[in-house]
Write a protein that binds this ligand. Structure first.
Ligand code: FES
Length: 224
């Protein structure tokens, strides 16, 4: 009988110091814990980005349909006049357009038409129309146009603006720190007014009544 002994190939080794060291440096089979963590993190980030993108598209979608926040087609001056037939729109009185949350005002009533072109700052001189955001720059109430003096008057704390939204200087004209904000506009070749309610320009600083840049009220007393 021989004393020669064959060792099985996969016989477990004793956990000596050297064996442990070798195990630590051995290439891990399959997916390591680090790779698993990285994969989970990447998947989480991907899901989060997907949610944010879907939410943003959902928020902006109504704007693409011509609602507030995007381009709002308001129609021609004739449309606005017939929608407000009881008001003196042709004389430069502000017309309220709820879809745009804006007052639309003819800048120079001696020219009874909107002039085709683009007005990025909403100044209105080039296209003969100004679109004022309905929000009072003081605390956000909606000013009302007053037929008596052709001014806009805020019912909350009494800020007063001329018909083009210019704030009058002085405590007696209310606490708003600036004029009404305005939207960029575009007038198409057929005279249709498009208000870009996504682009707003802050109103200018108040001007003292009697100075250039503010239209005096038509009467000494107003509506509030
Ligand atoms: Fe208009 Fe205060 S909110 S004056």
């Amino acid at each position: 009988m021989s004393n020669y002994q064959v060792e099985p190939e996969n016989k477990p080794q004793a956990l000596t110091k050297e064996a442990l060291k070798a195990l630590r440096h051995e290439q891990v089979q399959g997916v390591s814990r680090r790779e698993l963590l990285r994969g989970s993190l990447a998947a989480g980030m991907g899901l989060w980005l997907l949610e944010v993108t879907a939410g943003t598209i959902g928020f902006l979608w109504p704007n693409l349909q011509g609602k507030f926040g995007g381009d709002v087609n308001v129609g021609t001056l004739d449309t606005i006049k017939s929608d407000n037939s009881s008001l003196p729109i042709a004389d430069g009185f502000p017309a309220y357009v709820s879809a745009a949350k804006a007052f639309v005002v003819l800048v120079d009533p001696s020219q009874p038409r909107f002039i085709p072109g683009a007005d990025l700052t909403g100044d209105g001189t080039a296209v003969n129309v100004r679109a004022l955001y309905q929000r009072c720059p003081h605390l956000g109430c909606k000013p009302n146009p007053c037929q008596k003096n052709f001014w806009l008057e805020c019912p909350c704390h009494g800020s007063r603006y001329d018909r083009l939204g210019q704030k009058a200087l002085g405590a007696e004209y209310g606490p708003a720190p600036r004029s009404m904000d305005r939207f960029a506009t575009r007038v198409e070749a057929d005279g249709t007014l498009v208000i870009n309610t996504g682009k707003i320009t802050l109103g200018s600083l108040p001007i003292a009544v009697g100075q250039p840049g503010i239209i005096p009220p038509r009467s000494a007393t107003g509506c509030i």
